[in-house]
Structure formats: structure tokens, C-alpha cells
Design a protein around this ligand. Sequence first.
Ligand SMILES: [Mg+2]
Length: 207
Amino acid sequence: MDESSFILGVDLDGVVGDFYGVMRQIAAEWLNKPPESLTKEVSYGLGEWGIAEFGGYDRLHRFAVTQRNIFRDMLPIENAPAVLRKLSSRGIRIRIITHRLFLKYSHRNTITQTVEWLDNYDIPYWDLCFMNDKGAVGAHVYIDDAPENIVRLRRHGCRTIVFTNSTNRKLPGPRADSWLEMERLVMEAQTEWKTGTLDLFGAPTAG
Ligand SMILES: [Mg+2]
């Protein structure tokens, strides 16, 4: 495994970890509402849950990280850890890229919980990048769920597979609705990278 390997840039929240599932439970407590009253069909930023009048997303996020250990306790998305282990054992270099440090003063909690969670579910990775500018880490293919990230990555010529959830249904593919589908797409992308064909992503993109 070295820098000449195929590098897969993997987002965590909403892709490997069931961020919206655990956040729904935490938000219900924080808002003092029954969880069933909070729709699962959320958009990015969770505006549908009416958090604005309680102080907004940043307040909820800080509570979730510092008081409810969201990054330690969230469940993985079905099949994600096992498929990542398979991809890694096939020589794909897993580079995790997350923007979890977007709030000041909770970095120690965030980083500690993240590393413990990755170990606890035996999720393989060679690189762990906490950054907003995901394109800067130079992966061959990216997996993400946040519309803003996907659009920005693609604008910069980064080949990106959408992992489907309610926040991103309007975006064009390639996309995977499950990790089993993701496994197939990533293997296809690795083959294309090796052979120079471009079936999955179409015409060559800049950058
Ligand atoms: Mg995400």
C-alpha cells in the first residue's frame, strides 16, 4: 500500500456513519419533541426539524458532540465497515475526509470520538483528513452525501459518487443507494483508473 495505489476519498457523516439517524434521537431530546415527530426526509442543515427557534444548527451540533458523544455512539450505515474492509484488502487506499471540525472549541472531543469509533467498528484507513476543502486531498474517487460538497468536488473535476440519502436525491449520478452497490461502483472505478477507460464517469474531466 503506497501513494501509487488507487485512493478512495470517503466522507463519514451520512456515508459511513448513520449521522441523520442518531442526530434525530439527540435532536428529539434537545427540542423536547417525540422522535416520530421529526421527519426522516431532511435536507442538509436539518431545517425541517424547526431547530432555528431553539438556537439553530450550531447549538444542536455542539450539544450532540460535547454532551451526547454523537461521533462515538452513532451506528454505522449498513454494510459500510465490512465493504470498506473488502475494498482495503483489494489494495484500495482508504482516505477518510471529514469536515467535522467546523465548530470551534470541541475539536478534542470530535477527534477522539472519531478515532475511537473507527477503531471500534474496525474501519480501515490509511489517512484521516479533517478538512473542508475535500478536493485538496487528491483522491482518485470521492464518496460523499452532502450536495454542496458533491457539487464543489465535481466542479473541480473530482470524480464523485453520491451516497443516497434524503439530502441529495436531486443530484445526478453516479450514485449508490447501498454499500453493496457502492462496492460494485468503486471496483468499477478502480478498473477504469487502471485501464484508462471512463465508463462510470463519462468523458475525462479537468484537474
Ligand atoms: Mg456527509
